[in-house]
Ligand binder design. Structure first.
Ligand code: TRP
Length: 350
C-alpha cells in the first residue's frame, strides 16, 4: 500500500480534477487506463472503473483504454487464449457503454512507438526504486513465479502507456497508486533533463465503495468469487446460490464478522442504489435464501441490458475486430508523434 501521505495527496488531487470536470473544464484532461486481458471482466471492474470510464467519456474527456497484453507475460509463461481474451474484453467494454467513436481502445503489442519509450524511461529510474514497489512485490508473490525482468519494470511500461498519449488522469484503485507515482516521477525527470514533453499525471481515485467478491475477499476470478459481466442470468444465480454465508438466520450488515452475508448485501446495494443496511432490515428473518434471491434479481436486472448488447457483439466479431484495428491505428499515429517529440527533445534527430 502507498503511504498515507501519498494517498491523501492523491485524494486531494482527485477532488480538484473532479471539480474541474464538473465545471465543464474537460479539455484539460486526457484519461488513460486499462486492463490486462487474462479473463472476463467482472463486477469489481465494472463498478470500480468501467462505469467511471463511461462517465468521463460521456462528459467529453479524451478517453483511452489500453488492453495490456504484454502485461500478461509479466508473471506467467503462456499467452494461451490471449486472442480470445482480448476480443472478449473489447466486447465487455462495448456492452458496458464504451463508445469507440469517443474512446480509443488498443493493445500494447500493436503500438511499437509506445513500447520504444521504454528505453529512455528506463534510464530515469533506479533499480532500488523498482525493487521498492509494493504492488510489484505483491503481484510476484501472488503469481508464485520468480520476479521476471518484465514484472520488475512493468510500472515503467505503464508509464509508457500513460505518457505516449499525454494522459494526465488515470482512474485507478488504491493498489495502483505506486505505479502512478512511478509515472509522475518519470514524466518529471524527463522534462527536467530534456525539456517539457510530458504532463503532470494524477491517479483518479473513484468514490464508489469497493465491491467485494461473494466471500467478502477481493473480487478475483482466481478466488471463484467473481460475477462476470458476461455470465448468463442462470450462471449468476448458480454462483450466488453456492456462495458461503453463515449459520445465523437473521440478516445484518456486518462486514467484519459476517463477510459472506455482507458481501451479498453490498452487491445488492450497489446494483439497486440502496443502502445495504436497509436491505438487511427488510430481509431480516428471511435468511440467506431470501437474501440470495434478492441479490440475484438485483444483479440480473442491472446487467440485463448490458448482457443483451453483448450478445449483439458476439454475433458480429468483424465489427469487434474493426474497433480494435481502428484503435490500434490511432494509437500508432499518436505514439509516433510523441516519439518524434522525444527524439527532438533528446537531440536525436538525424
Ligand atoms: N496494471 C493495470 C492492471 O493490472 C493495467 C494497466 C496497464 C494500466 N497499463 C495501464 C492501468 C495504464 C492504468 C494505466 O490492472
Amino acid at each position: 500500500m502507498p503511504n498515507e501521505g501519498s494517498y491523501e495527496a492523491a485524494l486531494k488531487r482527485s477532488r480538484e480534477v473532479e471539480s474541474d470536470i464538473a465545471a465543464g473544464k474537460v479539455e484539460k484532461y486526457t484519461m488513460l487506463t486499462g486492463d490486462r486481458p487474462t479473463g472476463r471482466l467482472h463486477l469489481g471492474h465494472y463498478f470500480g472503473t468501467i462505469k467511471e470510464r463511461v462517465r468521463l467519456q460521456d462528459l467529453g474527456v479524451r478517453t483511452n483504454i489500453i488492453i495490456a497484453d504484454y502485461q500478461v507475460i509479466t508473471d506467467r509463461d503462456t499467452t494461451e487464449h490471449i486472442r480470445d481474451n482480448v476480443y472478449n474484453m473489447v466486447m465487455d467494454y462495448l456492452a458496458c457503454g464504451i463508445d469507440p467513436a469517443k474512446t480509443m481502445i488498443f493493445t500494447h503489442s500493436a503500438v511499437p512507438s509506445e513500447n520504444q519509450l521504454m528505453l529512455p524511461f528506463l534510464s530515469l529510474v533506479t533499480e532500488a526504486e523498482l525493487q521498492r514497489n509494493p504492488t510489484v512485490k505483491a503481484e510476484m508473490e501472488a503469481s508464485g513465479h520468480s520476479l521476471t525482468g518484465l514484472l520488475l519494470t512493468y510500472p515503467v511500461h505503464q508509464a509508457c502507456d500513460i505518457l505516449f498519449c499525454k494522459g494526465n488522469i488515470v482512474p485507478v484503485g488504491r493498489d495502483q497508486l505506486p505505479h502512478i507515482e512511478v509515472t509522475s516521477k518519470i514524466a518529471r525527470r524527463f522534462n527536467e533533463r530534456y525539456g517539457k514533453v510530458f504532463p503532470d499525471v494524477t491517479g483518479l481515485l473513484t468514490s464508489t465503495p469497493l465491491i467485494p467478491g461473494l466471500d467478502g475477499r477481493k473480487m478475483s476470478k482466481s478466488y471463484g468469487n467473481a460475477i462476470s459481466i458476461s455470465m448468463t442470468a442462470d450462471e449468476t444465480a448458480r454462483l450466488i446460490k453456492k456462495s458461503k454465508t453463515d449459520s445465523e438466520r437473521f440478516i445484518t450488515f456486518d462486514p467484519d464478522n459476517r463477510p459472506g452475508v455482507s458481501a451479498l448485501l453490498t452487491t445488492a446495494g450497489i446494483c439497486t442504489g440502496r443502502d445495504p443496511r436497509e436491505i438487511a432490515e427488510e430481509i431480516g428473518n428471511g435468511g440467506s435464501g431470501q437474501l440470495k434471491k434478492y441479490v440475484t434479481q438485483a444483479v440480473n436486472d442491472y446487467f440485463e441490458p448490458i448482457r443483451e448488447r453483448r450478445h449483439q457483439y458476439e454475433d458480429d466479431l468483424d465489427y469487434v475486430r474493426d474497433v480494435l484495428h481502428d484503435g490500434n491505428a490511432k494509437a500508432n499515429d499518436i505514439a509516433r508523434q510523441t516519439l518524434d517529440e522525444v527524439r527532438e527533445a533528446m537531440g536525436m534527430v538525424y
